[in-house]
Design a protein around this ligand. Structure first.
Ligand code: DOR
Ligand code: ZN
Length: 345
């Protein structure tokens, strides 16, 4: 019989599910594997108020397949117009768990993001007081900075000073991609953590140019050199609770990915835990998967760990070349190729 692994049902601490027909198309993939997910607020228009988050939460619950038990953990999008009062409302709502910082212009629907930290000082003080985590897209947007250096420069120029200025603020550096980010998280206070995607654990930047340009491997922060992938792998298998699972699964229709100016985002929700298992297995560390996927994130967010289990097995399974996506198509990671692990129904 093939090798099987049963773990506590995991949570996804960074997920894009979009809205409307797109939401209906992708949500079942996540709900099949995960109990909860932190839902990114970069819709158009962004989710900036408690009211908008509540309405979005309702749409997500309505889009769930019947019988699914899945809890969306909502977030607010930080803008220069955010207020401390809205943060208090968010905290007391019980369904908003974090606030997302996008540097203005850094990525998909980030135009409403923050240009100057000084504009959100009062809001960050309130969040620090309330214990409401700040989720950080950690890249500078200066076009003069090399795209492969934008995470490192952000950490040096903005995040280190920020963490010093708000020493009790809970910070999650999202989708880390570099050895610099690993080092930052390791040396920071215990209230600083990071999410790591499956694609950044499995791919390096060569995947962008494998026999030609590969738009479906384009995401932000962009894939980095092999030495950085190795640093991420080492961090997640170390068993350090500061590193936990966040897929950043980010669906875009095929036509906007295969485009002269293609969107950033890799869709991994169709095989998320399977892809993480492959990464951990590649370094003989499957015993470290459960805590990374199912314990550390919940502990950081102050939520109870899940009780039920899922089982995966080491069984090759072919990924469809495309998935339906609201009348369009979505090209999933490993499209037309094999996963090494599969979910046992
Ligand atoms: O690759 C990405 N896609 N990175 C982001 O930061 C945003 C995301 C999206 O929303 O498509
Ligand atoms: Zn994201």
């Amino acid at each position: 019989m093939s090798q099987r692994l049963t773990i506590t049902r995991p949570d996804d601490w960074h997920l894009h599910v979009r809205d409307g027909e797109f939401l209906k198309a992708v949500l079942p993939d996540t709900a099949k594997r995960f109990a909860r997910a932190i839902i990114m607020p970069n819709l158009k228009p962004p989710v900036v108020s408690v009211e908008q988050a509540q309405a979005y939460r309702t749409r997500i619950l309505e889009a769930l397949p019947s019988g699914a038990s899945f809890t969306p953990l909502m977030t607010l999008y930080l803008t220069e117009n955010s207020t401390a009062k809205e943060m208090e409302k968010a905290k007391s709502s019980g369904f908003i768990h974090a606030v997302k910082y996008y540097p203005a212009g850094a990525t998909t629907n980030s135009d409403s993001g923050v240009r100057q930290w000084s504009k959100v000082e009062g809001v960050l003080e309130a969040m620090e007081e309330l214990g409401l985590p700040l989720l950080v897209h950690g890249e500078v947007t200066d076009p003069q900075v090399d795209v492969f250096d934008r995470e490192r420069v952000f950490i040096e120029e903005q995040l280190i000073p920020l963490a010093l200025k708000y020493p009790k603020l809970k910070i999650v550096l999202e989708h880390i991609t570099t050895a610099s980010a690993v080092k930052f998280v390791l040396t920071a206070n215990s209230n600083v953590a990071a999410t790591v995607t499956a694609h950044h654990l499995l791919l390096n930047r060569n995947a962008l140019f494998q026999g030609g340009i590969r738009p479906h491997h384009y995401c932000l922060p962009v894939l980095k050199r092999e030495k950085h992938r190795q640093a991420l792998l080492e961090a997640v298998v170390s068993g350090n609770p500061k590193f936990f699972l966040g897929t950043d699964s980010a669906p875009h229709a095929q036509n906007v990915k295969e485009n002269a100016c293609g969107c950033a985002g890799i869709y991994t929700a169709h095989a998320a835990i399977e892809l993480y298992a492959e990464a951990f297995d590649s370094v003989g560390a499957l015993d470290k998967l459960e805590a990374f996927a199912s314990f550390y994130g919940a502990d950081f967010y102050g939520l109870a760990r899940n009780k039920d289990k899922i089982t995966i097995e080491k069984q090759q399974v072919k990924v469809p070349t495309e998935l339906p996506y609201g009348g369009q198509s979505l090209i999933p990671m490993r499209s037309g190729e094999y996963l090494l692990w599969s979910l046992v129904a």
